[in-house]
Ligand binder design. Structure first.
Ligand code: NDP
Length: 393
């Protein structure tokens, strides 16, 4: 277990300017006796990063994009906060000795830094699900070798983590991931054809970054979470179910053989799972309103529509194929979501691109990070060509 000292434990945030990063800073800022910011990392929003670094008295601020370095240095001048830039500087930020690292970069781009934090035995508060989807066994090995804890931040996985009795694994029948259904719940495929990015970005219950919002609209987010749950909790895909629960109050459940189903409930606010991941096994207060269950008199549950939203069965298929298949799925999805956001691809084209790439790119066993990097590059190239052909047709 990662040793977390009683008085201010250093926290490094990978993806500090994002939705999870900013909410993590909000939680940390409310507990100055328990946590102190060490390094903050972003991609290229240098001014925003500098503002957060100054406000939260960080020691180091890093932008992955070297072209943003000048702007970062200028914005930090006179603050005494160190500035750095480039992919290697991001990894070095994760290697600093802060006992807690919040992994909240979006996409597979977060993998190298998360691996670095895992290898040195940090507590990795884990939001960046794409890393585990791509590199599950490698990341878990790195965590085991480093000896730190991997604490889920995704609200569903945090719920399962809180309900899971690891001493009675043989009594667990299934994990039940809840899913809001996204902004297009109940829509037919015909109706989904003309969906715009602005519509897809409007999530009904959660306020999140652009990529995960689109993933929530296609249900690919739930597919990624299914694979994440498989690796995090060592559960086969057949024992992980998904149920649509539009109110996002029940965050997920664990069903036991004695007929008990344990659930974790709460308002849809990421500061709760962030606080759990930072403080576990303790709890710390955050200003998230408690549940007024009388007001939520209708909590509803329904099966996902896997015809209108084929991302979920696609993710199951990627997991069944194993090896680097989930990484291929993830790479194609990242390319397709970006293309949809740029209005170069229609909504239904996202999962079509993922399916074509999964079928078109050979998936070798996941034996090393080098293999993973090669497959990721091939899958992105294949997805881009596929989208190019589609546009030309
Ligand atoms: P955002 O898009 O809001 O933020 C992404 C962050 O990652 C930004 O700080 C961005 O920097 C940084 N970033 C992007 N690319 C790089 C890179 N190559 N190197 C370094 N930093 C980079 O995303 P979210 O906060 O919504 O999501 C982050 C992760 O957490 C995702 O994996 C998502 O699936 C997961 N998650 C998010 C939830 C949420 O409520 N938002 C809930 C559960 C999980 P910059 O601002 O400079 O571009």
């Amino acid at each position: 277990m990662t040793r977390i000292s009683s008085s201010p434990a250093g926290v490094t945030i990978l993806g500090a300017t994002g939705s999870v990063g900013v909410q993590t800073l909000d939680v940390i800022g409310r507990h100055p006796d328990s946590y102190a910011v060490d390094a903050l990392v972003a991609n290229r929003k240098a001014k925003e990063l500098a503002r957060l670094a100054i406000e939260h008295k960080a020691r180091l601020a890093v932008v992955a994009d070297e072209s943003a370095y000048g702007e970062l240095r200028e914005a930090l001048s006179g603050s005494g906060i160190e500035a750095a830039a480039g992919p290697q500087a991001v990894i070095e930020a994760a290697q600093r000795p802060a006992p807690i690292v919040m992994a909240a970069i979006v996409g597979a781009a977060g993998l190298d830094a998360t691996m670095a934090a895992a290898r040195r035995g940090a507590r990795v508060a884990f939001a960046n699900k794409e890393c585990l989807v791509c590199a599950g066994p490698l990341l878990l090995d790195a965590m085991r070798q480093g000896g730190g804890d991997l604490l889920p931040v995704d609200s569903e996985h945090s719920a399962i983590f809180q309900c899971l009795d690891t001493d009675q694994r043989d009594q667990i029948l299934r994990l039940i991931l809840t899913c809001s259904g996204g902004p297009f719940r109940g829509w037919s495929r015909d109706r989904l054809e003309h969906v715009t990015p602005a519509q897809a970005l409007k999530h009904p219950t959660w306020s999140m970054g652009a990529k995960i919002s689109i993933d929530s609209a296609t249900l690919m987010n739930k597919g990624l979470e299914l694979i994440e749950a498989h690796f995090l909790f060592d559960m086969p895909s057949e024992k992980i179910d998904v149920v649509v629960h539009p109110q996002s109050v029940v965050h997920s459940m664990v069903e036991y053989a004695d007929g008990s189903t344990l659930a974790q409930l709460g308002s849809p606010d990421m500061r709760t799972p962030i606080a759990v991941a930072l403080a576990w096994p303790r709890r710390i207060p955050v200003p998230v309103p408690g549940l007024d269950l009388a007001r939520h008199s209708t909590l509803t549950f329904e099966a996902p529509d896997e015809v209108a939203f084929p991302a979920l069965p696609l993710a199951r298929e990627a997991l069944r194929r194993g090896g680097t298949s989930p990484a291929i799925m993830n790479a194609a999805n990242e390319v397709a979501v970006q293309s949809f956001l740029e209005e170069k691809l229609d909504f239904l084209g996202i999962t079509a691109c993922v399916e074509a790439t999964l079928d078109g790119v050979a998936a070798p066993p996941l034996d090393s990070l080098d293999t993973l990097a090669q497959v990721d590059t091939q899958a992105r190239a294949y997805a881009r060509q596929y989208l190019g052909r589609k546009r030309a047709a």
